[in-house]
Design a protein around this ligand. Sequence first.
Ligand code: HPA
Length: 275
Amino acid sequence: MNEEWNTIDRGARFLKERLGARPDVHLVLGSGLGGVADGLEDSRAVRFDEVPGWTSSTVDGHAGELRRGRIAGVEVLLQMGRIHLYEGHTAAQVVRPIRVGIAYGAKTIILTNAAGAINEAFRAGDLMMIEDHLNLTGVNPLTGPNNDARGERFPDMTNLYCSNLRATALNLATDMGITLRSGVYAGVNGPSYETPSEVQMMAQMGVDAVGMSTVLEAIAARHMGARICGISCITNQAASVKGAPLSHDEVKVFAAKASDDMIRLLAAILGTQEE
Ligand code: HPA
């Protein structure tokens, strides 16, 4: 475990050298949401595979790059693309970028993702504020010896997705005329999409949207004491809700469609952040 934290500290030192002073916010962009980077001022970039100890993301639609700059006056570290369990990476590898971002100085983590709707009222192109999550991946990034200097052995998971940030975002969305749903996100391993029976099970469990990321990152960020905000971009209705097969292309098309709203909303949320 200490070896892992040494890797994280090396990553944070590397980012400081290459990208400059600490960011206030670490913003993770999911599939098809790269357009957020267009609004970044004074941008400097590194590729994932340049950061000591990192692997690059292999998924289509994920750039695998970190950019440091300013959006709406806020110092931001933009993570374009992420590491997924379904690529064969471990939970520790999946959360390494988040831990490095926090070690680099970020106090707030904004996690965005693409997700399938379980809630039948949701439509492709909607945005959903994550109220809470179900970790259905079967793994936890905190498994193994704990480093007490970095976080508690048994961290509390109530109000995991900061209620103040959620309220702020919902108010902003209303003012901006953006439909922002609110709901429970279930994180699964993937890469297969859900079977109709799995969708039915999740509906019974109170899940509103399902995706293949975010939950491990949120757990690791909470462990280190960061404030967390999560927003899903609903790219499709999950298998049985829709009654037709799903494709990754469809996910990308709807992510692009919702990305204008997501970009405006993220900029507005960032505009309210002062450290
Ligand atoms: N299921 C799981 N992950 C997803 C989906 C889905 O329907 N859409 C986008 N990511």
